[in-house]
Design a protein around this ligand. Structure first.
Ligand code: PMT
Length: 399
């Protein structure tokens, strides 16, 4: 397999040489990407000698104008050509960059363009490792489904004893082999149309009716599908999220626009997942001008918008149809009614409102409701992990 080994600037950087050697011995092709900080601790030549391959050290090469252009897009090529991204040692800095999507060097840029399995082996001072900022970044990265090889306890370079030492090479190599084994390609050849986020129904040029959907669940589905080899068409309402690399995205505002976008791409889809929180009603006559506080009419007349899921379920089809049900009560009962009423193959039922609401949160807990009467509970987990459970069922439905 082809593995990128990202080496970042910590005292444990020298241990990455042994790691590279073990991975090469296991038959892998290793491309080492070093950050500027890593070069302070170990020379690229060491890795070039161990791997027999060029070591990447910079986002922009200054060798020639042409080289600059090709280097500027090289991270995309490297992302496409490799099966796994391992970062060892991973400093607090690189964890923060990955968690927040900063892209100011080759490794962080590569990360954003990479949609395969990621294994991170952090190493840092024990106080840094236990700092809330690092804990939160680690939680975000785990939430994306990345494997974290916990640092070990022991004597640290700063003279203290505690957790923060880079895990033993054998442990990191085992995590890499495990992630490669689990690497799933069961959605290769599928085109998955996913709707995500809320819709906005205009009241006037400055106001609208909408809901609390952040798009996190839908975007997690898109990430999971891409990681398993699918082509993803993402029809997204207005959200503050960066769409996953390689998703083909169409941005919409209203339910009517979402309906048009879905039906425009339907002929390509083998699976449709309606995760978006679509409005049920819209103002009958949106005002062309801002409605004044002094306006005599304080009543908003609402009319129903198209029920996209019901329309998709109406009549014969050659795609798997998955709907969501967002309920504040009677979760299973309402989900079954939606399964029947909207003629879906599966409903993903989740609770909204109150503690543990599916809206806006990083995690979710769902019931998968199937046509054969089966219901499969998925315990609370990061949305990216829940997304994989949903695809496990979709794969079974397709067999
Ligand atoms: O975006 P997040 O903050 O991560 O939150 C995730 C979520 C709560 C939005 C998501 O998990 C979810 O439950 N999405 C469906 C929300 C919803 O609209 O549920 P509903 O029970 O009102 O609708 C049932 C189904 O009909 C849904 O698949 C919906 O997309 C679809 N529908 C609804 C109305 C409409 N006009 N057209 C539709 O297609």
């Amino acid at each position: 397999m082809r593995i990128v080994l990202g080496v970042t600037g910590g005292i444990a950087a020298y241990k990455a040489a042994e790691l590279a050697r073990q991975l090469v011995r296991n038959g892998h092709e290793i491309t080492v990407v070093m950050t500027k900080g890593a070069e302070e601790f170990i020379r690229p030549l060491t890795f070039a000698s161990l791997t027999g391959r060029k070591v990447i050290t910079d986002l922009f090469s200054s060798a020639s104008p042409d080289a600059t252009l090709s280097s500027a897009v090289e991270h995309i090529g490297v992302a496409r050509e490799h099966d796994l991204l391992l970062v060892a040692p991973a400093t607090a800095d690189v964890l923060a960059k990955f968690a927040h999507g900063l892209a100011d060097d080759f490794l962080s840029t590569l990360y954003l363009a990479f949609d395969g399995p990621v294994v991170l082996a952090p190493a840092m001072n024990d106080r840094m490792w236990s700092h809330a900022a690092v804990r939160e970044n680690v939680a975000v990265l785990r939430g994306r489904g990345h494997a974290l090889v916990e640092p070990g306890d022991g004597y640290l370079a700063c003279g203290t004893v505690g957790p923060g030492r880079l895990a033993e090479s054998e442990k990191i190599v085992a995590a890499v082999e495990d992630a490669l084994r689990k690497r799933r390609t069961d959605l290769v050849g599928q085109t998955i149309l996913i709707t995500a986020g809320p819709t906005r129904e205009p009241v006037d040029p400055v106001r609208y009716i909408s809901n609390r959907s952040s798009g996190k669940m839908g975007y997690a589905l898109a990430e999971a599908a891409l990681a398993r080899g699918a082509r993803v068409l993402l029809v997204s309402g207005p959200v503050n999220l960066q769409p996953p690399a390689r998703a083909e995205v169409e941005q919409v505002q209203t339910a009517a626009e979402m309906r048009d976008a879905v039906f425009a791409h339907l002929f390509e889809a083998t699976v449709v997942i309606k995760c978006a929180a679509v409005a049920d009603f819209r103002p009958a006559t949106p005002s062309a001008q801002k409605i004044k506080k002094t306006s005599a009419d304080r009543t908003l007349e609402l009319v129903p918008v198209p029920d996209i899921l019901a329309e998709l379920g109406d009549g014969p089809r050659n795609f798997i149809l998955v709907g969501f049900a967002a309920e504040t009560e009677n979760l299973l009962d309402y989900a079954r009614r939606k399964l029947e009423g909207k003629n879906c193959d599966m409903i993903v039922a989740n609770r909204v409102g109150g503690d543990g609401s599916a809206f806006e949160s990083e995690s979710n807990e769902v019931l998968l409701v199937l046509r054969n009467g089966e219901t499969i509970p998925v315990d609370r987990a990061p949305k990216r992990v829940v997304a994989d459970h949903i695809f496990d069922q979709i794969v079974k439905l397709g067999k």
